[in-house]
Design a protein around this ligand. Structure first.
Ligand code: MG
Ligand code: ZN
Length: 373
């Protein structure tokens, strides 16, 4: 998959020119529902890779409102997923590793705690453990993202109505010997640890959780299949029963892990899976007409770039090809590059421009007034 040649590129561009962009048509400017799709560790080069390596329509092309965010934490130029997740969920900056707290460790209310008081149902989906930094930012308050047993306990007693991801070990094999499955059940959760089911199976439950692997979910290249899009759509069905308003955060967690591994095949397969999820969510939002969809990332990982393949001429000089791609990485960590934001639905035009990652929260709140008593 590493090499990409010029001829199929032309074919792909011709194909992508046929993408049918559906403009959002409605008088309402107030979204009833908000879906936030986060692709962890995804900068513009990762997204660009979809245009060269995906063999079907790239769903990023369906957005008309696009912006950029700065992502620094309260202390560092380069953020981690905890600081960035907290920026999205609370509108506040914190240090790398902090979740749902300010820099001085004070707890700060997150969007789900606000919205649930107004009858908004809330869900989270991730391809990591459900206790990992990004999803945890939407329900937990801890001074260190590594406290995943503590985070699991906080999830069990949170306002979350639906979750799907990995992380069984943080609920079952605990230092405090608590069995959090029992805590979850006593809080109204139906819990499934074998596989995703259907809406008919879960619709009578007050809440629903799927814990489907010990820690992170399998990689796409190891056969995860369509878990992310299926879990996201099932979450929409469950939360939106009887037309109830909802907030859903769904994360393609492992684009970041592929970036840390500097593994192009891993990265591109995870990115394509995320793009497929974008497509299914936009299909729903087009039908629904009252749902704001925001797609963004917490930071870039790997310093990924769609460089040309190096070649050596007869006289020993090294050149970079302009006809054959050979993606490269510049770091095993995160980077500080600006991150794209894509928005669709009522209020999407508010996400145009260049702003800070904390403004994602402030813009959602401005549109929904979920913070008002
Ligand atoms: Mg993450
Ligand atoms: Zn990372």
């Amino acid at each position: 998959m590493n090499k990409f040649f010029f001829l199929p590129l032309l074919v792909l561009f011709l194909f992508s020119g046929c993408v049918n962009k559906k403009s959002y048509k409605s008088n309402t400017k107030v979204p009833k529902n908000v879906i936030l799709l986060i692709s962890d560790g995804t900068g513009l080069s990762q997204i660009s890779a979809a245009y060269y390596y995906k063999n079907s329509e790239v769903n990023y092309s369906r957005f008309e409102h696009i912006g950029l965010i700065t992502t620094h934490s309260s202390k560092e130029y380069i953020p981690d997923s905890a600081a960035s997740g907290t920026a999205f969920s609370t509108g506040e900056k914190t240090y790398n590793g902090g979740i749902g707290i300010l820099e001085d460790s004070t707890t700060v209310e997150n969007i789900i705690e606000m919205a649930s008081k107004k009858g908004v149902k809330a869900g989270i989906v991730a391809t990591s453990s459900i206790t990992h930094a990004t999803p945890a930012s939407f329900y937990a308050h801890v001074v260190d993202r590594d406290y995943e047993q503590k985070i699991a306990l906080q999830l069990s007693n949170s306002e979350i109505d639906y979750f799907a991801g990995g992380g069984k070990k943080f609920f079952k094999n605990r230092l405090d010997n608590n069995n959090l499955y029992e805590v979850l059940k006593s809080n109204g959760f139906g819990i499934d640890t074998l596989g995703l089911t259907t809406f008919d199976v879960i619709k009578s439950h007050k809440k629903q959780g799927f814990l489907l692997s010990d820690d992170g979910m399998p990689k796409m290249i190891e056969g995860r299949g369509d878990f992310l899009s299926k879990a996201t759509l099932l979450g929409i069905d469950f939360l939106h029963q009887n037309n109830t308003p909802f907030f859903l955060m769904s994360e393609g967690s492992q684009i970041d892990w592929a970036g840390h591994d500097n593994d192009t095949d891993y990265l591109i397969s995870e990115l394509i899976d995320f793009d497929e999820t974008i497509g299914r969510v936009l299909d729903f939002a087009e039908q629904d007409g009252e749902t704001l969809v925001i797609v963004t990332s917490d930071h870039e990982t790997g310093g990924f770039t769609l460089a040309g393949e190096n070649y050596t001429t007869k006289d020993g000089n090294i050149y970079s090809s302009y006809t054959t791609l050979d993606p490269k990485f510049s770091t095993g960590g995160h980077s500080a590059t600006l991150i794209p934001v894509f928005a669709y639905g009522p209020g999407a035009e508010l996400f145009f421009g260049i702003y800070d990652n904390t403004d994602i929260f402030h813009k959602i709140i401005k549109l929904t007034a979920w913070n008002k008593k």
